[in-house]
Write a protein that binds this ligand. Structure first.
Ligand code: ADP
Ligand code: MG
Length: 357
């Protein structure tokens, strides 16, 4: 049995609004799912039902072995408090309670309020020095981190997040998504609603809703792998430019538009992100080296052998660098007699076929 089972779920508001129309899918324990789709397509409705905040009209929803439609309002509240952590776009903090009190409030249903535990949860999201602050004394990003702490306080198996970065700037978005990927690594199951493809890409699987219907369950492996290749190349270029292995993020114009993918790359141990700097891990460096090698060898081939215009080399190399197999790359290198530089003068990383210098 899957951790979440949604079977022909329908949700109606009145007679005319079908917020969800016979939606079926499953989620395994520890998976990270993104729910995407246009505004009004039923994303929040779906999340609220999974989070026991709304009722089912028809169909079956099972979370962690518990069929939800069979529960009374009281049992739903208890199940939610024990099993589910919720993060909302509009933080929903109580304005006259401090950060630590807001977190303790979520604890209330579960066990005796434990201030030390709440403080620990806030330290975990980097707010150890803000325990006594009111929401109005915190920035949007800090308020959302209080919400993440609140969601974590009962050690829930399932974390539901509805557009958690919708009201945040890019820096705080990266912090909150960094926390999400940490939770994922620890084994929490995460379902996150987002319309941001960058954030959707961090999930292992994407579910798309259109007019309350599930239209697509997709992964984009090729696209994603190519993007990662390109970003590894960008890191390599930045290293060449700066002349150091650890490069400041500001030397990478690709960083901000692709911050979620960089977080994913950190998660996959291709890069080390430390504060405002970035470096390759040994895996990342090996993969970056191969991409660069394919790119610059392709440029050499197009230039030396086919006489392609120098200005067109980069564009065409970018197209084939993702598809060349190691065998073909080696053949090109041998055919070109192991060239040392690309036509623009940049060094071509050595391969196993190249003679020692
Ligand atoms: P999304 O989160 O994808 O933007 P929602 O799940 O909020 O979409 O809404 C799906 C549809 O259900 C919309 O047409 C919305 O107007 C309707 N809806 C949502 N909640 C209610 C409600 N409490 N009463 C009536 N209609 C609702
Ligand atoms: Mg919504």
């Amino acid at each position: 049995m899957s951790f979440i089972e949604v079977d022909t779920l329908t949700k109606k508001y009145g007679d005319s609004i079908h917020a969800l129309d016979r939606v079926s899918f499953t989620v395994e324990k520890g998976e990270w799912i993104a729910v995407m789709g246009p505004s009004g397509s039923g994303k929040s409705t779906l999340l609220n039902i999974l989070g026991c905040l709304d009722s089912v009209t028809e169909g079956r929803v099972v979370v962690d072995g518990q069929e939800l439609s069979g529960l009374s309002a009281r049992d739903l509240a208890r199940f939610r408090a024990e099993k589910i952590g919720f993060v909302f776009q509009q933080f929903h903090l109580v304005p006259y309670l401090t950060a630590v009190e807001n977190v303790m409030l979520a604890q209330y249903f579960h066990s005796l309020a434990d201030e030390a535990e709440a403080a620990e949860a806030l330290r975990r999201v980097g707010l150890g020095d803000r325990l006594g602050h009111l929401p109005s004394q915190l920035s949007g990003g800090e308020q959302q981190r209080v919400c993440v702490a609140r969601a974590l306080i009962n050690q829930p198996n399932l974390i539901l997040a509805d557009e958690p970065t919708g009201n945040l700037d890019e820096v705080n978005e990266a912090i909150v998504m960094g926390l999400m990927s940490e939770l994922h690594r620890e084994g929490h199951t995460i379902v996150i609603v987002t319309h941001d493809p960058e954030i959707g890409r961090m999930a292992e699987r994407r579910i798309e809703l259109h007019h309350g219907r599930l239209s697509e369950v997709s992964v984009f492996p090729t696209y994603e792998e190519e993007l990662i290749d390109n970003l590894l190349k960008a890191v390599w270029h930045a290293q060449e430019h700066v002349g150091k292995e650890v490069v400041p993020i500001e030397s990478l114009p690709e960083f901000l538009p692709n911050r979620a993918t960089f977080l994913l790359m950190a998660q996959e141990e291709l890069v080390d992100l430390e504060g405002e700097t970035l470096a390759f891990t040994s895996r990342g460096e090996a993969r970056g080296r191969e991409v660069l090698r394919r790119h610059r060898l392709s440029e050499r081939l197009f230039y030396d052998t086919f006489g392609l215009d120098k200005d067109l080399l980069d564009e065409h190399a970018c197209k084939i660098e993702h598809t060349l197999s190691p065998e073909v790359t080696e053949k090109i290198c041998i055919f070109l007699k192991h060239p040392l530089t690309c036509p623009h003068g940049s060094p071509i990383p050595r391969g196993a076929c190249c003679p020692a210098r």
